[in-house]
Design a protein around this ligand. Sequence first.
Ligand code: ING
Length: 315
Amino acid sequence: MTRSLRVGGAQMGPIQKADSREAVVARMLALLERARAERCDLVVYPELALTTFFPRWYAEDIGEMDGWFEREMPNAATRPLFERARDCGIGMCLGYAELTEEDRAIHRYNTCILVDKQGALVGKYRKVHLPGHAEHDPERKWQHLEKRYFEPGNLGFPVWRALGGNLGMCICNDRRWPETYRVMGLQDVELVMLGYNTPTGNAQSDDEAPALRMFHNHMSMQAGAYQNGTWVVGVAKCGDEDGHELMAGSVIVSPDGVIVAEAKSMDDELIVADCDLDKCQFNKKTIFDFAAHRRPEHYGLIVERTGAEPPEGGG
Ligand code: ING
């Protein structure tokens, strides 16, 4: 009996500042219905799936942005989605901006959660790698203020046993860092779910063509999948949000690093693939048998050093 999961990547088109949570949830429900029709076991939604990518907007007082955050999940706006998913027996990965009170202080995270087929919360992940900057940067064509509005995640990169496999999550910029996948790979992850909101252009350079950015997007996920023997599902929120375009290119990548499903549109679209979790085993037991081949005694700099330090001397 193979452990195969039919996974739906629920790519979402643009969400405008003026769009209500209810209007967005209606779109997510429509994607869930398509997943039900395709007999999916699991649906993966994008990063910040409930709102526009608000970190592109500067606010002097970060409290002004609290309307973009969720204080509980599920909540009134999202409960219909959670209930429908449970009724359909479909698991869900959902990204949103989390505002929480811990140790009598307010904390804000870029978060995603995994919900099982019975509607139970399996786990939460908070984005570790926050790109961009914390203060207004006049040099940029547009702002990318995740370091202003979110704290770095404090939950690490967990892997959970759920839906019959070892499932992990990350968010957007995390997918560009090999450490993300390796920490989950060392927990024997078999399926990494991630959402992204990635600008089509580079705010700091006119020279980076959209095709190159899409290459980086896919290469990062394909490498992570191959080097850790895991499936990777990467799902975009894309299209023109109030004049700012986000890239599409949602994909499902096999443990061999091969793209087996890819979105064709810049809008709401469900991509589907049967992810045979046992397909992870060959690479995990041969070329990437970590226990047989890794040499951690030589990897110290990866955790001891944050920024690069060049070698001594002239030359
Ligand atoms: N977005 C982008 C991402 O990592 C970015 C930010 C774009 C970083 C392009 C580097 C290059 O895909 C988010 N939300 O992390």
